[in-house]
Ligand binder design. Structure first.
Ligand code: PMP
Length: 284
């Protein structure tokens, strides 16, 4: 596989980053994952816009322009002959002096950037046909979840706990209400109304979420952006989660309680169909 590191396209075995890089030492880094379908990028503009926002919130400067970033994505798709899967992109604050907790001046220290592709079947699979089970866990992440940083230890820990309990994911709960999944936004459907937590610093502003809610509105579906509890979710007609590589993923069980009839629901299936039909039209 060919990867991109700080200006160079290299075989993955030859790519190197500094051990002093603050991304490595302090998770002082932001990232994006863009899905690829038919060799094209789904919603690159959305991911680029969120990347700019994450960088801005942390006073970081991208080492490349967004046009250059798009070109790097295209180069990696071509060089790796990628048809379906995704591209991971990470920008770090770079290698500052000796683990100083004070940030180096962004004008003086150049940020680090790495990108790599991964091939993965996104359009079909058992979890889509059958839905997944999730378990709830306390959300003890930091309070700026709207910034897409590489501090992923707790989401990873939560997913491991879920796995140990025979579930595929964890839905995180704060002050009694679901924030989001470990790596996706969470939704329930009750009496035809789609319910998902409103945007704030409590959750990541999902790029897929934005598209799904737009398509739902266009299809005259009712949407309520508000918090919901695990109990409300367990009594819902259906549940699902969205993310760039999962699109709309049905959830059929929460903490051992079956949702609806225990099968993927019609609303999440419909939204997925619309998404899969519409998004390739604007793919780059
Ligand atoms: N929430 C969290 C915590 C995530 O990690 C992700 C995926 N990166 C999402 C939501 C979904 O965001 P997107 O649709 O942009 O992939």
């Amino acid at each position: 596989r060919t990867v991109y590191v700080n200006g160079d396209y290299l075989p993955e075995t030859e790519a190197k980053v500094s051990i002093f890089d603050r991304g490595f030492l302090m998770a002082d880094a932001v990232y994006e994952v863009t899905s690829v379908l038919g060799g094209k990028l789904i919603d690159f503009q959305g991911h680029a816009a969120r990347l700019q926002r994450s960088l801005g919130e942390l006073e970081m400067i991208s080492p490349v322009t967004m046009d250059e970033l798009l070109e790097i994505h295209h180069q990696l798709i071509a060089r790796n002959d990628l048809d379906e899967g995704g591209i991971y992109l990470q920008i770090t604050r770079g290698a500052g002096p000796d683990r100083d907790f004070v940030w180096p001046d962004p004008e003086e220290v150049k940020g680090g950037i790495v990108l790599f592709t991964f091939a993965k079947k996104l359009t079909a699979g058992k979890s889509l046909d059958e839905g997944i089970k999730v378990v709830s866990m306390e959300d003890i992440r930091w309070g700026r979840r709207d910034i897409k940083t590489t501090q992923l230890l707790y989401p990873s820990f939560a997913k491991m706990q879920a796995k140990k309990k025979g579930a595929a994911d964890a839905w995180l709960v704060e002050d009694g209400f679901v924030t989001e999944g470990s790596s996706n936004n969470a939704y329930i459907v009750k009496d035809g109304v789609i319910i998902t937590r409103q945007l704030s610093t409590d959750i990541l502003h999902g790029i897929t979420r934005a598209s799904i809610l737009k398509f739902a509105a266009e299809a005259q579906m009712k949407v309520e952006e508000r918090p919901f509890t695990i109990e409300e979710a367990q009594q819902a007609d259906e549940a699902f989660a969205t993310s760039a590589t999962g699109f709309s993923q049905p959830v059929v069980e929460i903490d051992g309680v079956r949702i609806g009839d225990g099968k993927p629901g019609p609303v999440s299936r419909r939204l997925r169909e619309i998404y899969m039909e519409e998004m390739p039209k604007t793919a780059l």
